[in-house]
Design a protein around this ligand. Structure first.
Ligand code: TRH
Length: 377
């Protein structure tokens, strides 16, 4: 039985990142036959550099990849159709799907959220207005009653290997950075444009403990360049600013980005997929939620903090709240950063516990496969 996953890139890399990760896992961990439809080849190539430069059908890492425009009525033969993030299927494919005597299992994979209401909507079917075929809402989340989180079986073994005794030295050998010492406080910075950034850079540059900041190219690096002034930073560049040694990185492979998260003391992440990866890295992190109209994202942040902070000591919790709030509302991060950094030890213990708790739950791909298999039987 073939699985078709449809992905439209709204912006950045999360949409394609999530779909690619899921497609790969369905193939490798569950032996499924997966075809991934993508509307933005340039974004796909950032995540899957092995695919051809121009849109064309190809197979990468066991996943068949097809340009969105190739969809026609003859191709609507999958047993399971996943519409990622309510992307709306190509019209010809949709018409053919509706005309099938036996419809596929049809799922809408939603955005990740820690909000409680998703549990009531997860697994709920909404009939297609054209002919009543059920389309099921699948909500990733942090609880047993949600769709779970994407987590590959090998993620912790790879993390622990990256965090081995020479982990930082090996990383420095691959990404030399003058002034960066393995003994400094390491941070990674992956964020959207953020008015709070100057205050964070200022805090790092005045830190009593030297800070090494690793910044992958893209919005975050451009924003840091603008704050520091001078020539624009490009991957490979390093810059000193008081106690801060900053190193610009190229856009990393999934594996290298996971390794970076595992090696840093504190990770700044954003959106959806890097947010989850930071949790598997089991290090303290600061999440910038994808900004939405009417500050909807702040509700999502609070919902997550309510779960994440539930078992924290009161002052650790306050420290996390303070920095996350400032970072997500463009506030002053100076004092909030110092407090967060000074709570590193308990926050690190908590991050490990949180990761271990989540890891006891079934992962998203496993829940999807079980769900689809139950329906098909
Ligand atoms: O890039 P993001 O902001 O993605 C998204 C999209 O904006 C989307 O429209 C929105 O709805 C969603 O967020 C919530 O952030 P995210 O989700 O963390 O995705 C980044 C992807 O890029 C993730 O799969 C990790 C990957 N990545 C690398 O592979 N290498 C890198 O060097 C970095 C920094 C990230």
């Amino acid at each position: 039985m073939r699985w078709d996953i449809f992905c439209r890139v709204v912006d950045n890399f999360g949409d394609i990142g999530v779909c690619w990760r899921l497609a790969r896992q369905l193939v490798h961990a569950h032996g499924r036959w997966v075809r991934l439809w993508v509307d933005d080849w340039a974004s796909l190539r950032r995540i899957v550099p092995a695919c051809p430069p121009a849109p064309q059908g190809c197979v990468c890492d066991g996943v068949e990849i097809v340009p969105w425009d190739a969809a026609d009525a003859t191709m609507a033969d999958a047993g399971c159709v996943i519409e990622a993030f309510a992307c709306h299927l190509p019209p010809a494919y949709l018409a053919a799907l509706r005309a099938r005597p036996v419809p596929p299992v049809w799922l809408n994979l939603e955005y990740l959220s820690a909000e409680g209401w998703i549990e009531d909507c997860h697994g709920v079917a909404s009939p297609d207005p054209a002919n009543g075929i059920p389309k099921v809402f699948f909500f990733p989340g942090f609880t047993e009653r949600s769709g779970g989180l994407i987590r590959e079986a090998e993620v912790f073994a790879r993390r622990d290997a990256a965090q081995g005794i020479d982990g930082r030295a090996l990383w420095l050998a691959r990404h030399p950075s003058p002034g960066a010492s393995a003994a400094s406080r390491w941070v990674s910075l992956f964020c959207y444009a953020n008015p709070a950034l100057p205050s964070l850079i200022e805090a790092w540059s005045h830190s009593a403990t030297p800070v090494v900041a690793w910044v992958p190219e893209g919005i975050a690096l451009d924003a840091v360049s603008a704050v520091l002034g001078g020539s624009a930073l490009v991957p490979g560049d390093s810059r000193r600013h008081g106690s801060l040694s900053l190193r610009a990185l190229p856009f990393l492979s999934f594996e290298d980005y996971d390794a970076l998260l595992a090696l840093c003391d504190i990770n700044f992440v954003r959106g959806e997929d890097s947010f989850v990866r930071a949790q598997w890295a089991a290090r303290p992190f600061v999440w910038q939620a994808y900004p939405q109209a009417e500050d909807v994202h702040l509700g999502k942040m609070s919902a997550f903090l309510a779960r994440y902070g539930e078992s924290m000591e009161v002052d650790d919790r306050a420290t996390v709240d303070h920095l996350w709030q400032a970072w997500n509302t463009g506030g002053d991060c100076g004092a909030a950063w110092s407090a967060f950094a000074s709570h590193s030890d308990p926050l690190r213990r908590h991050a490990r516990q949180w990761c271990a708790t989540l890891a006891r739950q079934q992962d998203l791909a496993g829940r999807l496969v079980d769900f689809v298999d139950r329906v098909v039987e």
